[in-house]
Structure formats: structure tokens, C-alpha cells
Design a protein around this ligand. Sequence first.
Ligand code: GDP
Ligand code: MG
Length: 173
Amino acid sequence: LLPTLIIVGRPNVGKSALFNRLIRRREALVYNTPDDHVTRDIRQGLAKLGDLRFTVLDSAGLETEATSGSILHRTATLTANVLSKTQFALFLIDVRAGVHPLDLEVGKWLRKHAPGIKPIVAMNKCESLCDGSDAIAEAISEARTLGFGDPIAISAETGLGMTVLYETLRPLL
Ligand code: GDP
Ligand code: MG
């Protein structure tokens, strides 16, 4: 049985872009959480990252909650069906936006529904920042305010930071 990593984050941070990169051309299954009154699709795929193999989930359902502003509500089914089978979470934010109010909601949601999971914060879209610049240092200290430790810098679009992601996940998986 492979370990499971869920990608969480507010809309448009690049969750699906990262999911697609991790699964490449392998087809993703779509799960409809069965007893959910607001049916949500969770895409599941086999991720390959170097020699790591794990199940990856694209939590599109969280987007609905975040978009509706009711992220803390009506998540019982998602919690039971998905988070209970998930050992690891990657919490994506958009480095260009910094820490957005909805990122704080996602953080609250995780603390409430997955207290046993310490998410890895990943600042996505980092290809837009010059490496070694003040901007990245500022982004890192801002991302730390989410309370989940040091973030990693990635770009789902260009593949920047996939080695760092690998090195972060390898001791855990
Ligand atoms: P989701 O809503 O979190 O699943 O986000 P998507 O994967 O749909 O991406 C939202 C938008 O951000 C799309 O226009 C993507 O092309 C763009 N995007 C995703 N990853 C990156 C990245 O690493 N860099 C840049 N510049 N754009 C990205
Ligand atoms: Mg998406």
C-alpha cells in the first residue's frame, strides 16, 4: 500500500498543475465521495518523483469550500473519506500573492480536520522570483507565519524545486 499525499490550498495556487506534473501521463481516477450531499471530485493518481512512489490526491473539493467562504463547514465527509486515508499533506500557496486570507482558512481547516498531519508548505510559482533575492527571503518568512515550519520553493509549471520536494518527502514516505 502506497503512502498518500494530499495537495491542499485555496483556488488557483497551482494544485492541479503540481498534481499533473507528479502523475505525468498516468490517468487520474476521479473519486466522488459517496455520501456527500455536495458531491466533490477528488482526483487520485500514482505519483512518481525520482524513485519515490506515492498516491497523490488533488483536493478540488477544498476549493469549493474556500470559494464559498465556508471552508470550515460541511467538510465532514471529505474529512472522513479522504483525510483518514491520507498521511501527508502539501499545502500550496502562491508566492506572488504572499499569505492570502484564504491560506489562513486552509491552515485552520487542516488544524481542525487533520491535527495529526503536519503539512509541508510549498510556495508555488517561484520561477517568477530571482533566486537568492530579498523577495524569496521575505516570502519564506511570511510563509512561516502559517505556523507549519519552513516552506519549500517550487514551480509546478517549470519543475523548479522538485529536487527539494523529493528530499523533503523521501525521509517521510
Ligand atoms: P488550482 O486551482 O490550485 O488547481 O490551480 P491550477 O493548477 O489550476 O493553476 C492555476 C493557475 O496558475 C493556472 O493558470 C496555472 O497555469 C497557473 N500556475 C500553476 N502553477 C504555476 C507555476 O508554477 N508558475 C506559474 N507562473 N503559474 C502557475
Ligand atoms: Mg485545480
